[in-house]
Ligand binder design. Structure first.
Ligand code: BES
Ligand code: MN
Ligand code: ZN
Length: 489
C-alpha cells in the first residue's frame, strides 16, 4: 500500500521556519497585504518574495496555483513555494492549493506557513490527497515523501478542524490504493483481507463464502465468478455510530477484481485497465474507513460483491440462464455485462437483510457512460428526487462531478428476454440507462436509491486537481458529506 504523508500543526515559529532545509510553502492571501511573518521572511530572503509578488507571473496565477523560488538566498530551504490563496477562498480552492503543495513534496518534507489563514485545515486535506503516490512497485523508489508541518496561530483549533478531514483523506487514499493495485495482488481474497483488517477500527466485518452465497441463492453473482480460481465473496461492513435500532443507510459496490469480459472476451487493447473494475467496492470501502476513523454518528452498512470475470472451461456461457436471489431469472446474453449480475444479488441481499433507509450503489458499470459524460461526471440514476438532490448537492460541494440521467419504463421494455424474465444485455442504444434499468428491477419501490455509474471517473486518463494520474477515489468525499449532512445533523 502507499505510504502516507504525516501532517501536523504547530504554533507559527519564525525561527523554526528559517531553519527548514526542505521546502517552505507560504500561503499568500492575494486580497491582502502579506502578514507580518511573511514580511519578515521576505526581509530575510532579501526581498525575493516581494519581487516575485510584484512580477507579472504572479499576477497571472489563478487561485490555488503556486510559484517556486528555488534555492533562495537567506534561508537554507530547498525552495520557497508561494501559494495564491485569498482569505475568502472556498474549501475546494483551499484543497487545490494544498494539493499543489503536496505534488511538489520531496523527501525533506515541507513547512507550510499558514499563520491565521481560515482555510488551513482544508489546505492540509488537499496536501494529503495531492501528495498521494502509488509507488511501491517502483523498485528504485524516487517518490518517497517527507512530512508536512503547518505553522498556524491556533494549532489546537486547526488540528481539531483538520482531524475529521484527515479521516476522509485516509478513506480516499484507501480507495485509491485498492483501485491502483494490480489484479494478481488484489484478488477477491486479497481484497477481503484488507477489509477484514478494518475490524481494528471498530467496523463489524463479515465475509460470506461461496457456500453461504449458494445457500442465499445468489446464482447471478456466483455465475460471474465461476470461471475464476479466486473464490467469489460478499463482504458486509457495518458501522454502528448512530442511534440503536435506527435503520442504516446502505452502500453497495461492484467489486469485479478483474474483468476480462469472460467468454464474451474483451479486446486486448486497454484490457489492463479492468483492474479498476472493483472501483465501486473500493469507494464503499473507503467511505466505511472514513466513517470509522472519524467516528461518524450514523448507522451505515457497506456491502461489496467480490468476483473475478474470467474465461475458463467452467466459465459462464452466453445464453446461460441464472436465477437471482430475488427469484427472477436472467438470460446471460453477454458475459461482459457482468456488473449488473453481481449487483442484482448484492442489492437484493442488502435490502432483505438490513431494510435500509436508503441505498446507493457504485459501479464501473458501462463504457457507454464514458461516451455520454466523459471523465468529468459520474452518471446518477435514481428513483427518489429527494435523495438524488441531496447527493448531487453533496457532490457539488466536494467538487466531485455527477450528472443525473433518466430512467423510464420504455427503457425497461428493452430488457425482455425470450426465455427468461430478463436479459443482461440489449445492445448499444442507451447502454448506461438500460444497465441502470436492470438494477432497478432489484430495488424495492420503498427503498430510496441511487445508482452511480463511475466507469469514467474512477481511473481517468490524466491527473486531476487532487490526484496524480491513476485512481481518484471519486465519491468518497461526496458520500461522506451526504452522510454527515443528512444523518448526523
Ligand atoms: N467493466 C465494464 C465497463 C467499463 C468499461 C468500465 C470501460 C470502465 C471502463 C463492464 O463490465 C462492461 O464490460 N460493460 C459492457 C456492457 C455491455 C456488454 C452491455 C460495456 O460497457 O461495453
Ligand atoms: Mn464487463
Ligand atoms: Zn465490468
Amino acid at each position: 500500500m502507499s505510504e502516507q504523508v504525516l501532517v501536523d500543526f504547530r504554533e507559527t515559529d519564525f525561527d523554526g521556519l528559517c531553519q527548514v532545509s526542505g521546502r517552505v510553502a507560504v500561503l499568500i492571501a492575494a486580497d491582502d497585504r502579506p502578514g507580518a511573518i511573511v514580511r519578515r521572511l521576505d526581509r530575510k530572503m532579501r526581498g525575493a518574495i516581494s519581487r516575485a509578488l510584484a512580477n507579472g507571473a504572479w499576477a497571472k496565477l489563478k487561485v490555488a496555483e503556486a510559484l517556486d523560488l528555488k534555492f533562495p538566498a537567506g534561508v537554507p530551504a530547498e525552495a520557497v513555494q508561494l501559494v495564491k490563496l485569498p482569505r475568502k477562498s472556498t474549501g475546494i480552492e483551499a484543497r487545490k492549493a494544498g494539493s499543489a503543495i503536496g505534488r511538489e513534496l520531496g523527501e525533506a518534507g515541507v513547512a507550510v506557513l499558514a499563520a491565521n489563514h481560515p482555510r488551513a485545515a482544508d489546505v492540509a486535506f488537499g496536501l494529503t490527497l495531492g501528495s498521494y503516490a502509488f509507488s511501491q512497485y517502483h523498485t528504485d523508489d524516487k517518490t518517497k515523501k517527507g512530512n508536512a508541518t503547518f505553522h498556524v496561530d491556533k494549532p489546537d483549533a486547526v488540528r481539531a478542524a483538520a482531524a475529521p478531514m484527515q479521516a476522509v483523506a485516509q478513506g480516499v487514499c484507501f480507495t485509491r490504493d485498492l483501485v491502483n493495485e494490480p489484479a494478481n495482488v488484489l484478488t477477491t481474497v486479497g481484497f477481503s483481507d484488507r477489509l477484514a483488517a478494518m475490524r481494528d477500527l471498530g467496523l463489524e466485518i463479515e465475509i460470506l463464502d461461496e457456500e453461504q452465497l449458494e445457500k442465499l441463492g445468489m446464482r447471478a453473482l456466483l455465475g460471474v465468478g465461476q470461471g475464476s480460481e479466486s473464490p467469489s465473496q460478499v463482504v458486509v461492513m457495518q458501522w454502528h455510530g448512530g442511534a440503536k435500532g435506527q435503520a442504516p443507510f446502505a452502500l453497495v459496490g461492484k467489486g469485479v477484481v478483474f474483468d476480462t469480459g469472460g467468454i464474451s472476451i474483451k479486446p486486448a487493447l486497454g484490457m489492463e485497465e479492468m483492474t479498476m473494475d472493483m472501483g465501486g467496492a473500493g469507494v464503499v470501502s473507503g467511505v466505511m474507513r472514513a466513517l470509522a476513523l472519524r467516528k461518524a454518528r450514523a448507522n451505515v452498512v457497506g456491502v461489496v460483491g467480490l468476483v473475478e470475470n474470467m474465461p475458463d472451461g467452467r466459465a459462464q456461457r452466453p445464453g446461460d440462464v441464472v436465477r437471482s436471489m430475488k427469484g427472477d431469472t436472467i438470460e446471460v446474453i453477454n458475459t461482459d455485462a457482468e456488473g449488473r449480475l453481481v449487483l442484482a444479488d448484492v442489492l437484493w441481499y442488502a435490502q432483505e437483510r438490513f431494510k435500509p433507509a436508503g441505498m446507493i450503489n457504485l459501479a464501473t458499470l458501462t463504457g457507454a457512460i464514458i461516451i455520454g459524460l466523459g471523465h468529468e461526471n459520474a452518471g446518477a440514476f435514481s428513483n427518489d428526487d429527494t435523495l438524488c438532490k441531496a447527493f448531487l448537492k453533496a457532490a457539488a460541494a466536494e467538487g466531485e462531478g455527477a450528472w443525473r440521467m433518466p430512467l423510464g419504463p420504455a427503457y425497461d421494455e428493452l430488457l425482455k428476454s425470450r426465455i427468461a424474465d430478463m436479459k443482461n444485455s440489449c445492445g448499444r442504444p442507451a447502454g448506461s440507462i438500460t444497465a441502470a434499468q436492470f438494477l432497478k428491477r432489484f430495488v424495492k419501490d420503498e427503498t430510496p436509491w441511487i445508482h452511480l455509474d463511475i466507469a469514467g471517473v474512477t481511473l481517468p486518463p490524466k491527473a486531476t486537481a487532487l490526484a496524480p494520474k491513476g485512481a481518484t477515489g471519486w465519491g468518497v468525499m461526496a458520500l461522506d458529506r451526504l452522510i454527515r449532512d443528512t444523518m448526523e445533523s
